[in-house]
Ligand binder design. Structure first.
Ligand code: COA
Length: 316
């Protein structure tokens, strides 16, 4: 499997830390020093469907394909205004694709989960061109009356077209059930037969536990896939990590003793856009000419679940 095109679509509004501090008890100083985040894109007028469609069209065009060439479309999404049908089904109509479609919900690990699935489909010969769109709108579920989590996230869509190739080397994907550290619950509106308590909870997060789990899972995953590929850590040209918090990225970098320049980040400008993070960063690196043919890459992502994934990849 290889990535043959990437695309990104961002909402116009950029929300700075000072803008958030107008609504909750926080400050630019606190957010910058604890997370590295200065601003993040946020949906104010756009629809996530339009952003997803725009990112998809961009990736398909860069892959040199037409929407009708796509054989399967997987959309990674945690929440959007529709519960059903899937976001992929809706975006399919917007871009003029005709293939089977479905959504996956694996939070920030969604892009890597879709990569793993796509690799299985492509290796089996079942599908040739697979579109993955990561369309995320965390601003819809964070608690805007509490400072705990709303400072971390951004809204965005990104996409990648995955086709047959020999770029993906080793993939590790794992889940450890830890629903209490990061979750969002919604109440059933009305059912006359319901005899149990139901409640709404905006996004709840135990920041410290998430931080520690993220650093230990991601570092272990990266070590494992690099070794399983027969590489040494110093062979890797670039580590494309999930953009949750600059301190998490820095802790992983230090734990693995990686040079600064091999661990790019954009969390300062993007915040955590959940599964959209990795394709956005990848797209930026490609556009800036920072990745060249033959480069050895590592991707690593983690998120609610707790799910975690990493892979080794040689750029074609
Ligand atoms: N603004 C100002 N103060 C805040 C704050 C905010 N937004 N959020 C928490 N605080 C306060 C706390 O109330 C606490 O005050 P106290 O010492 O008076 O009790 C203090 O800051 C320290 O809180 P703590 O939660 O220990 O801070 P932290 O250094 O762990 O940073 C996170 C909090 C959320 C930034 C950090 O834990 C983190 O990034 N975790 C990972 C979250 C994540 O990445 N989630 C998505 C994963 S995909």
């Amino acid at each position: 499997m290889k990535i043959s095109g990437t695309g990104v679509a961002l909402p116009q509004l950029r929300v700075t830390n000072d803008m958030i501090a107008q609504y909750v008890d926080t400050s630019d100083e606190w957010i910058s020093s604890r997370t590295g985040i200065k601003e993040r894109p946020m949906i104010s007028t756009e629809s996530l469907i339009d952003l997803g469609a725009k990112a998809a069209k961009d990736a398909i065009a860069k892959a040199g394909l037409a929407p009708t060439d796509i054989d399967l479309f997987i959309c990674s999404n945690v929440v959007n205004s529709y519960v059903t049908p899937s976001l992929a089904c809706i975006i399919q109509g917007e871009i003029g694709a005709t293939c089977p479609c479905f959504d996956i919900n694996n939070a920030c690990a969604g892009f890597m989960t879709a990569m793993d699935m796509a690799d299985g489909y492509i290796s089996s010969g079942k599908y040739k061109n697979i579109l993955v769109v990561c369309a995320e709108e965390p601003s819809r579920i964070v608690d805007w009356k509490s400072r705990d989590a709303c400072i971390l996230f951004g809204d965005a869509a990104s996409a990648a077209v995955l086709t047959a190739g020999d770029s993906l080397k080793t993939m590790k994907f794992s889940t450890k059930s830890m629903p209490d550290v990061l979750y969002y619950r919604r109440k059933l509106e009305y059912n006359p037969f319901l005899k149990k308590e139901e409640f709404n909870k905006p996004l709840q997060m135990n920041g410290r536990d998430v931080f520690k789990t993220a650093v230990s899972f991601s570092s272990a995953d990266i070590k494992e896939v690099v070794e399983a590929t027969g590489w040494k850590m110093e062979d890797v040209d670039m580590f494309v990590l999930h953009q949750a918090n600059l301190r998490i990225i820095e802790a992983i970098r230090q734990r693995l003793d990686l040079p600064d320049e091999k661990v790019p980040h954009n969390v300062e400008r993007m915040g955590n856009t959940s599964s959209a993070c990795i394709p956005i960063l990848l797209n930026e690196l490609i556009e800036a000419g920072k990745i060249k043919k033959g480069d050895k890459l590592v991707f690593s992502a983690f998120g609610a679940g707790f799910s975690s994934a990493a892979c080794t990849y040689v750029w074609e």
